[in-house]
Design a protein around this ligand. Structure first.
Ligand code: MG
Length: 390
């Protein structure tokens, strides 16, 4: 990532609609405050250099608990409006000089690392990029008497989410200008960018990236009935050593006196993980989707196979909970490359790196791995899919 990226997480609102006696961003979901989950999204992401929380001055104690042991910039206090709070966060980031800033509402704790990737990518050649999802209901405009004035063309409508991505200096300018001119009340940052005449692009949002607003939203999030179908898949792959000066393992190139023979790049770890994901989906195996007889997969980089399997999970509305892989070989040594492999695998499938386990073992000189004839890999994938009866 060439440009530096910072995130502002806005958590200064009072959140009264969610019920209860403290703000919704501090309510818990599965034992964790909503704000902690939203902060973790960015704090865990290696691409985000600085995470700036913006909170309400009354919430210090709640915040301390929610932010415990997270790598964040010191909190700043927000203002009377969301717009003023974002401005406070941006001003606090000036000394860090990021090129790109992502602005995220604390009340959206279910955004995924893949969505953050899309945000960063989308703003690379734009001033502003915002996630949106198509509208499936018919939308009508009404007058004061609730009489329908117009049926809007829903093909042209998008429901807008966060994180919204901007060139940092551009967004800062716009916020300062709006404040100087007394323009308040913009409900998102894209609206400020529009007011300033900037080009705002919409990229693909996520249906699961809901904003927790009402008690019903919290009830639904608590039970997560939509992703109750917990599944585990396993994968096994073996490739033989042959001529070569490196092996591809876990998406990382490791110099070695021999190579691995295969139709693709013969990355046993990525192949085993691909099969584990496909197994969890009960959706065939790597050979079905990428037949070795098809010349287009010749020497293919195996990250494509794994990314494909991860995308199949997402297409089914699912989430990847965890991946785990064990590599069996006498050589090369895996330890020095372990974290690079975990990082690369996490990147390929779009999960946080602490959801990827990777171990290595020898087979005590026994069997084909012990004789140095090849490398084996065993993998497990745990995913959650939307529940459907049957
Ligand atoms: Mg293979």
């Amino acid at each position: 990532m060439a440009s530096s990226v910072a995130a502002v997480v806005v958590a200064a609102g009072r959140g009264v609609r969610a019920g209860g006696d403290f703000p919704k961003q501090y309510k818990e979901i599965a034992g964790e405050p909503v704000l902690r989950r939203s902060l973790l999204l960015f704090a865990r992401d290696a691409r985000i250099g600085a995470v700036q929380p913006v909170i309400h001055p009354d919430d210090d104690a709640l915040f301390e608990r929610a932010a415990d042991r997270l790598a964040l910039l010191p909190r700043v206090y927000g203002g009377a409006t969301r717009q003023a709070s974002v401005r406070a966060g941006l001003e606090a980031l000036v000394s860090h000089g990021p090129e790109i800033v992502l602005v995220h509402d604390a009340a959206r704790p279910f955004a995924s690392p893949a969505l953050i990737s899309r945000a960063i990518e989308a703003v690379t050649d734009a001033d502003a990029a915002i996630p949106g999802i198509p509208v499936s209901d018919t939308v009508k405009a009404v007058d004061d008497a609730d009489q329908v004035v117009e049926t809007l063309d829903r093909m042209r409508l998008r429901m807008i989410q966060t994180p919204q991505a901007f060139r940092f200096s551009t967004l800062l300018d716009v916020h300062r200008r709006a404040a100087a001119e007394g323009r308040e009340g913009f409900t998102d940052d894209a609206a400020l960018a529009e007011w300033a005449g900037l080009k705002v692009c919409v990229f693909e949002g996520e249906a699961g990236n809901i904003k927790l607003t009402t008690p019903e939203d919290f009830a639904r999030a608590q039970s997560e009935p939509m992703l109750a179908d917990l599944r585990t898949g396993t994968g096994l792959d073996v490739h033989a050593f042959g001529e070569g000066d490196h092996v591809a393992l876990g998406g990382v190139r490791i110099p070695h006196g021999r190579g691995l023979i295969g139709h693709s790049d013969a990355d046993v770890a990525l192949h085993a993980l691909t099969d584990a994901l496909l197994g969890a989906l009960a959706d065939g195996d790597i050979g079905v989707h990428f037949p070795p007889s098809d010349p287009q997969w010749r020497n293919a980089s195996s990250d494509r196979f794994l990314a494909f399997a991860a995308e199949r999970v997402r297409r089914r509305g699912g989430r990847i909970n965890h991946l785990d892989v064990t590599i069996v070989c006498e050589a090369p040594r895996i330890g020095p490359h372990r974290d690079a492999m975990r990082t690369r695998i996490a990147e390929i499938v779009g999960v946080a790196v602490d959801r990827v386990g990777l171990k290595a073992t020898t087979s005590e000189k026994l069997g084909f791995t012990g004789r140095g004839e090849g490398i084996a890999a065993f993998a497990t994938a745990t995913i959650r899919l939307p529940w459907s009866p049957g």
